[in-house]
Design a protein around this ligand. Structure first.
Ligand SMILES: Nc1nc2c(c(=O)[nH]1)N[C@H]1C(S)=C(S)[C@@H](COP(=O)(O)O)O[C@H]1N2
Ligand SMILES: [Mo]
Length: 254
């Protein structure tokens, strides 16, 4: 390849759309992208970390759109029996277990913001008064483990309808007591198995799995299932999240 001057191209998804589409096709066929192809695409030397980085981000965001386009809102995640539940259920967070927040129930309020017409705060007992259902599904963590757990709560779509969320908006975002955050696409938020849960694996006084509120999304990887949720917002502006902002693919679902 001929030597190229170090350039810092301004990369936008739009500029690379045909190339990225071509690469996506090749990825499906071959599961691999050579560095040469990457450098040709970005028109930069691979020493130009910033440009390569921007390109990979653009590809990941493109990948989000492909995944969103093939998401089937009617396809259900597999469910399991009580006998198949993993005990004890593994704990995970971006910190060690003793650091997990312990929320004092009577003081807890779930806050709502963004494109929601009724932004009243919710206490645990108010959430408990909504229709409840249970679900036994598999949780898959990108760190290389999976487990089957039982969660109980309200169908998230029912909750979103109840508070007058704009169901045509693009994203639902979550903020958590431990400064964690994540966000999902609206079709996933409206999926029948996405639950706003109050009951988690473990004993009733075990708070580390997300007490008092965890949003359980069996069609998404574990990191997109927020625990200790304190705020839910609806928006058309891409919200990102704790891991998503560090490079994990945003859609991360099926
Ligand atoms: N608030 C909060 N939610 C979180 C996390 C976190 O660190 N904080 N970690 C995520 C990750 S990576 C995983 S695998 C699951 C772990 O949930 P568990 O402790 O119920 O197994 O929570 C997800 N939700
Ligand atoms: Mo995870």
């Amino acid at each position: 390849m001929s030597a190229q001057p170090p350039v810092k191209p301004k990369i936008s998804l739009k500029d690379f759309r045909p190339q990225i589409e071509r690469i996506e096709r090749r990825l499906f066929l071959k599961q691999g992208l050579s560095l040469g192809a990457l450098s040709m695409l970005s028109g930069c030397t691979l020493k130009d970390d910033d440009a390569v980085d921007k390109l990979l981000w653009a590809m990941s965001r493109w990948n989000d759109r492909v995944q969103a386009a093939i998401f089937d809102p009617a396809k259900l995640a597999r469910t399991y029996t009580e006998a198949e539940v993993t005990e004890p259920f593994p704990f995970n967070a971006y910190y060690e277990e003793p650091m997990a927040p312990v929320i004092y129930g009577p003081d807890y309020r779930l806050e709502l913001s963004g494109l929601i017409s009724d932004k009243r705060q919710w206490r645990i007992e108010d959430l408990r008064a909504l229709p409840q259902t249970t679900q036994i599904t598999q949780h898959i963590c990108v760190e290389g483990w999976s487990a089957i757990g039982k969660w109980g709560g309200t169908v998230f779509k029912t909750f979103l309808e109840r508070v007058g969320a704009d169901l045509t908006a693009k994203y639902v975002g979550f903020k958590c007591a431990d400064k964690y955050s994540t966000s999902i696409d609206m079709p996933t938020a409206l999926h029948p198995q996405t639950l706003l849960t109050l009951d988690f694996p473990g004993k009733p006084d075990d708070t580390k799995y997300g007490y008092p509120v965890k949003v359980r999304i069996p069609t998404k990887l574990g990191f997109k299932n927020p625990k200790f949720v304190t705020e839910i917002f609806v928006t058309n502006d891409y919200p990102g999240g704790y891991w998503e902002n560090q490079g994990y693919n945003w859609f991360s679902g099926s």
